[in-house]
Design a protein. Structure first.
Ligand code: FAD
Ligand code: NAP
Length: 339
């Protein structure tokens, strides 16, 4: 039986190390425990905070409800055909460990997504992405428990409505489902994606036949370790803002004043701006006021003093206002605020 811990400090359960308390906390390792937790919340009229690794949330104040830590574990090969393997992972599996497991199994496709913090169950929520690969590229299906009915439902890529750092679980079905497992469609033959400049540069002196998924994974890990603060030592939630997508008219206006603005084409009419570049050029790199802006990557806000998430949100608001004034671009926050 699960323990319902009252007045529980969540500092070790979010990578910003925000020291806020939930009215109750419970860890669940299977569907029966999850159903019991949902019943407890319903009977006591408690709002829910579904927790994976806590690496994409900002806990700015105490949470007046039940925090449910999803700890479903397990991985299995569910089927294979001539070209693909389908591997299912339970929601509580650590994402980075799962990537390493698939590489060990010689099941390819996750290498660019190496070392992203968090758990498998949260990965579809924002369709995690890095170095030109998104979860949707390797996704087969997922199962999720509907909170209202207790039914387990299967979602395809289509019904997940994946977008850029986005899915149906952040929109029409927000707070309605708890993901219990995800099945990935991986390849038996490597199909490497190494077009991102950082990867291309690191591989310039490597001959094509030596470029393997393991090497790509290793390079991604090396780059990430050199640029990103380890949340264990400097609390953070990775990129604090999404890269804004703007139309080409807005881009042209920005280019008048800032010819070097970093932009990548999305389609004929729109481009993706590098939010880190905008924040850096607005002069924020290295800023510190309770929370701070990371020296190596201005898109990452840090919480070195382990303050409540509200301290980080204060800095985020200053940055948003200044980027809007300087470039006329509205930044959208990536991690979700609670309560
Ligand atoms: P949590 O923070 O625990 O939860 C995130 C959201 O998902 C919350 O709303 C939560 O309620 C919900 N949720 C969690 N589990 C479930 C579930 N089982 N069912 C339903 N809802 C659930 N992201 C990228 O996309 N690419 C990157 O390269 C990347 N790099 C990062 C680097 C660092 C250093 C850090 C700290 C973060 C980075 N992130 C990146 C953000 C983050 O790691 C991902 O979004 C990750 O998927 C979050 O997983 P989590 O388990 O920590 O989710
Ligand atoms: P980077 O390599 O310095 O590039 C800056 C931005 O330019 C990235 O955000 C990336 O967009 C975009 N970009 C670069 N090359 C591109 C190309 N060929 N086509 C389209 N867009 C391109 O970025 P970084 O900050 O070091 O991060 C590297 C990767 O890890 C990125 O994919 C980033 O999203 C991911 N990451 C994500 C988080 C997070 O919390 N969400 C944290 C750290 C790193 P995209 O972001 O769209 O890829």
């Amino acid at each position: 039986m699960s323990l319902y811990l009252p007045h529980f400090n969540l500092q070790n359960y979010n990578t910003l190390a925000s020291p806020v308390c939930a009215d109750f906390f419970v860890s669940v390792k299977d569907e029966a425990e999850l159903m019991a937790a949902l019943k407890f919340a319903k009977e006591n009229n408690l709002p829910l905070l579904v927790l994976g690794g806590g690496s994409n949330i900002v806990l700015h104040d105490d949470f007046p409800g039940l925090a449910i830590h999803i700890q479903f574990m397990g991985k299995e090969l569910v089927r294979e055909d001539a070209e693909h393997v389908y591997i299912k992972a339970a929601a509580g599996e650590n994402w980075s460990d799962f990537v390493d497991y698939c590489l060990d199994e010689q099941s390819w496709g996750l290498e660019n997504l190496s070392l992203i913090p968090g758990n498998v169950g949260a990965a579809p929520i924002q369709n995690i992405g890095a170095y030109g690969v998104e979860l949707k590229d390797v996704f087969s299906e997922l199962t999720a428990l509907e909170i209202k009915s207790g039914l387990s439902i299967t979602f395809t890529a289509e019904t997940c409505q994946f977008g850029y750092r986005d899915s149906v679980f952040k929109n029409a079905l927000k707070d309605q489902f708890i993901i219990t497992s995800v099945t990935f469609k991986l390849t038996k033959t490597p199909a490497l994606k190494i077009h991102y400049p950082a990867l291309r540069d690191a591989l310039t002196n490597v001959s094509a036949d030596k470029i393997t998924p393991e090497l790509v994974s290793q390079i991604v890990c090396d780059i990430r370790r050199s640029k990103l603060p380890d949340p264990k030592t400097i609390p953070n939630v990775g990129s604090f803002f999404k890269n804004p997508i703007v139309n080409t008219t807005t881009l042209a206006a920005i280019q008048q004043a800032f010819p070097n603005v970093v932009a990548y084409p999305v389609d004929e009419n729109s481009v993706k701006l590098a939010a880190g570049w905008l924040i850096d050029r607005a002069g924020w790199k290295g800023f510190s006021q309770g929370a701070a802006v990371h020296e190596q990557q201005a898109l990452v806000l840090t919480n070195p003093n382990r303050l409540r998430g509200s301290a980080v949100l204060e800095v985020a608001e200053l940055i948003k206002a200044s980027v809007l004034t300087k470039f006329g671009v509205e930044l959208e926050q990536e991690p979700r605020n609670y309560p």
